[in-house]
Every structure is written in structure tokens, then in C-alpha cells.
Write a protein that binds this ligand. Structure first.
Ligand code: NDP
Length: 255
């Protein structure tokens, strides 16, 4: 594996499973020191050990990014340990589906807290370090990749608030891109279609939603988390003058 991120530091939120874990692995293979952020400490510790065993560098950082102080502390812990921050992958997310009518408003609060507020808090804390890396680092460029979704491009009945969060992430990403791109912090969204992860499992208490999700996964040859990790790696390893603002990766089998 080419080591074109050697000497850089990447922070990945939601690194305890699915897309985040695969992305952290992939960036570490490319030579980045990886800060692994999520709530499940055991999973993070296992992944950090795996990355280190493979010759990489990793730091497990237990944090609930819905708490702004914890998101800020996660960024600070990363910079304290590695001295810099070049890449932020805002990946942590929740998808709680169902109709708006009679919805559990707590589901909405939880999704907005992780998908929107968590992403904002982490970005706000990371941005000064990314700007500094772009100014002073050997590559003279830094990156934010926000993991949005096809649900940030297309709305469906039953996805209302998940759609809201991901459309919001897309709008915020493009606004921030315009704000900092001339300072060589590249900001882009990656929008996956269906990926085999734990994402749907948080709907287990809603049989109708669970059934719809199961039926989609049974009938569709979905993506692997590594397919999305490859996309992130592509975005953050472009030459300094090339910024990928949007990458939409779908299963070939998903219309
Ligand atoms: P997973 O459920 O496997 O991963 C979600 C991650 O988010 C976990 O690591 C979880 O860690 C973390 N997380 C959740 N809440 C918090 C929190 N409060 N603080 C810190 N971390 C948190 O699902 P995916 O890998 O699929 O999801 C990753 C991203 O990809 C999400 O943004 C999702 O919306 C997006 N996506 C996924 C698709 C799919 O089909 N799977 C399709 C399109 C987009 P922990 O519980 O340990 O805190």
C-alpha cells in the first residue's frame, strides 16, 4: 500500500464499527496516525491494537460527540498525542427511520445530536488545527470528509429526519468548502448507498422498519465498508491542487 499519508494525522469519528473502522484501517495503511473516536472503548482498543500490529499508529479516544466538550476533548487529545491534525472524517451517524406521524421525538433528537451537532462540534474544534496543517505541514493541504448518504441527495417517505440531517450535512459541507478552500483545507461529502454495517440495527424495536431494512439487504448486493474507505482514501490523497467536493458511491445493484 502506498504510504502517501505518512507523517499526517487523521481523526475518524464513529471508528468503532462499519465505515469508520474500515476508513481508519485504510488511512493507517496509507501511513496516517489514526485517532479512533467513538463511545465503545473496547472496540476502539481492539482496532487500535490491530492497526499497531499491522505496523501502523493508532490512538483510541472514547468520546460521545453529542457532548460538545467531549468532541473538543477528542480533538485536543489527538493533537496532544500526535502534535497535529491533517484529516478529519466526520463519519459517526445514526439512522432511525419511520413515519413523521406519531414518531418518537427522542429518535429525532438523537439523530440530530449525532449527525448534525456532533459533526459541527468536531469540525469546529478541528478546523484551527487543519488550517495550521495546511499552512505549515509537509503536504500543505488538509482535509475534511463528511460521510453523508444517498439520503442527502434523495428524500424518501419514512426517512424524514434522517434526510433532514444528511441534506443539512451536504449544505454545510459546500458552504465550509467555499470558506476555507483557498487556505487549502479541502472539504467534501461522500454519499454512500447501502453498505453492510450495524446502521440498521438501531431500528430493531420497530418491526415494520426492521422488516423493510432486512428486505432491502436481502435483495441487494450492497457495498462493503471497505468500498467507502477506498473512497475516503481517494479524496484525501489527491494532489494539493485537486479537491473532491462530492463522491457518490452506490452498490451497482441499487437503483
Ligand atoms: P455503524 O452503526 O456501524 O457506525 C456508526 C458509528 O457511529 C459507530 O462507530 C458508533 O460508535 C458511532 N456513533 C454513534 N453515536 C455516536 C456518538 N454519540 N458519539 C460518537 N460516536 C458515535 O454504521 P455505518 O458505519 O453504516 O455508519 C457510518 C456513517 O455512514 C453514518 O453517518 C451513516 O449515516 C452513513 N451511511 C451509512 C450507510 C449504510 O448503508 N450503512 C449508507 C449511507 C450513509 P459507538 O456506538 O461506539 O459510539
Amino acid at each position: 500500500m502506498a504510504s502517501n499519508l505518512t507523517g499526517t494525522v487523521a481523526l475518524v469519528t464513529g471508528a468503532s464499527s462499519g465505515i469508520g473502522a474500515a476508513t481508519a484501517r485504510r488511512l493507517a495503511e496509507h501511513g496516517a496516525a489514526a485517532a479512533l473516536v467513538a463511545r465503545r472503548r473496547d472496540r476502539l482498543a481492539d482496532l487500535a491494537a490491530e492497526i499497531e500490529k499491522a505496523g501502523g499508529t493508532a490512538l483510541a479516544v472514547e468520546a460521545d460527540i453529542t457532548d460538545r466538550a467531549q468532541a473538543e476533548a477528542a480533538v485536543q487529545q489527538t493533537v496532544d498525542r500526535f502534535g497535529r491534525l491533517d484529516t478529519l472524517v466526520n463519519n459517526a451517524g445514526l439512522m432511525l427511520l419511520g413515519p413523521v406521524l406519531d414518531a418518537d421525538a427522542e429518535d429525532w433528537d438523537r439523530m440530530i445530536a449525532v449527525n448534525v451537532q456532533g459533526l459541527l462540534s468536531t469540525t469546529r474544534a478541528a478546523l484551527p488545527h487543519l488550517l495550521q496543517a495546511a499552512e505549515e505541514g509537509p503536504r500543505r493541504v488538509a482535509d475534511i470528509v463528511n460521510i453523508s448518504s444517498i439520503a442527502g441527495r434523495v428524500a424518501w417517505s419514512g426517512y424524514g429526519v434522517y434526510n433532514l440531517t444528511k441534506f443539512g450535512v451536504n449544505g454545510f459541507t459546500e458552504s465550509l468548502r467555499q470558506e476555507v478552500t483557498r487556505r487549502h483545507v479541502r472539504v467534501g461529502v461522500l454519499e454512500p448507498g447501502g453498505v453492510a454495517t450495524e446502521l440498521g440495527s438501531h431500528n430493531d424495536h420497530k418491526p415494520e422498519v426492521r422488516e423493510a431494512i432486512n428486505s432491502f439487504y436481502e435483495q441487494t448486493e450492497v457495498l462493503a465498508p471497505e468500498d467507502i474507505a477506498d473512497g475516503v482514501a481517494y479524496m484525501v490523497t489527491r494532489p494539493r491542487h485537486a479537491s473532491v467536493g462530492e463522491l457518490w458511491i452506490m452498490p451497482t445493484d441499487q437503483a
